[in-house]
Design a protein around this ligand. Structure first.
Ligand SMILES: [Zn+2]
Length: 240
């Protein structure tokens, strides 16, 4: 039987011994009931953990149930590291709650898979999460403009403005608008534009990470309007 690969975004207890698995695949989001999966002798018991990459077959219909399943990767190094695992969940919450149905899931799915492999190799999960969040903005239709002033197309004397979703020249920056110079926005641009299949993930100083985190949070507050539970947990762990 043909098995479909999927990422377990989260699972929810259902009745006494079953779970509902919320999955992301190259075709988009999918939920599947895993009957009796909580019983000790159930062969699919180990599949349902958040952040597992699995292969499965399921019945047809509006609310399909899991038939066969196997584990592809449980990212063991991520699961051992609280910060890394929380960032992974942060990304999965964003996928589950912000991705429109008609998105290019094939592209996003393969990007996320590559990203989680890098997570498991011990690359800084915070920086990887920045990359995801910045690219997700583009994906959701809020691409950032790093080419020229957003208003007059001037290419000199530019600063990054969150309100303008990109660069503006000094003439078009309002007095009360928060803005960031090249030393800050160069990091955002680098992460926003990176091809994670080809380029090594940049290393960021803690001070730079704090600023990038702040800018991304404000961008999400202004444009996406969705905040994950994991972001709250990260704040408790890292204090920013
Ligand atoms: Zn301008």
């Amino acid at each position: 039987m043909d098995l479909k690969e999927a990422l377990v975004l989260r699972s929810l207890d259902y009745k006494d011994s079953s779970k509902i698995l919320y999955l992301y695949t190259d075709e988009g989001l999918k939920s599947v009931i895993a009957h009796s999966v909580k019983k000790m002798n159930n062969v699919n018991r180990f599949l349902s953990q958040n952040g597992n990459l699995i292969k499965l077959s399921y019945s047809r219909g509006d609310f399909p149930s899991l038939k066969e399943g196997e584990l592809v990767n449980d990212y063991p190094n991520v699961k051992k590291d609280l910060v890394s695992y929380t960032y992974m969940n942060h990304i999965m919450e964003l996928i589950g709650n912000t991705i429109p149905k008609d998105s290019d899931h094939e592209k996003l799915y393969s990007f996320v898979k590559r990203l989680f492999l890098l997570f498991d190799q011990g690359i800084d999960s915070e920086v990887l999460s920045f990359i995801f969040e910045l690219k997700l903005l583009y994906f959701l239709g809020y691409g950032l403009n790093f080419k020229e002033c957003n208003i007059c197309s001037n290419k000199e004397d530019l600063v990054f403005s969150i309100d303008n979703g990109g660069l503006v020249c000094s003439e078009h920056l309002s007095i009360n608008q928060a803005s960031y110079g090249p030393e800050v926005y160069i990091n955002i641009l680098k992460l926003y534009a990176i091809d994670i299949n080809k380029t090594e993930i940049p290393v960021l100083e803690n001070i730079d990470k704090t600023i990038v985190r702040h800018i991304i949070d404000v961008l999400y507050g202004d444009y996406v309007g969705y905040k994950t539970k994991s972001r709250g947990i990260i704040k408790q762990i890292q204090k920013y």
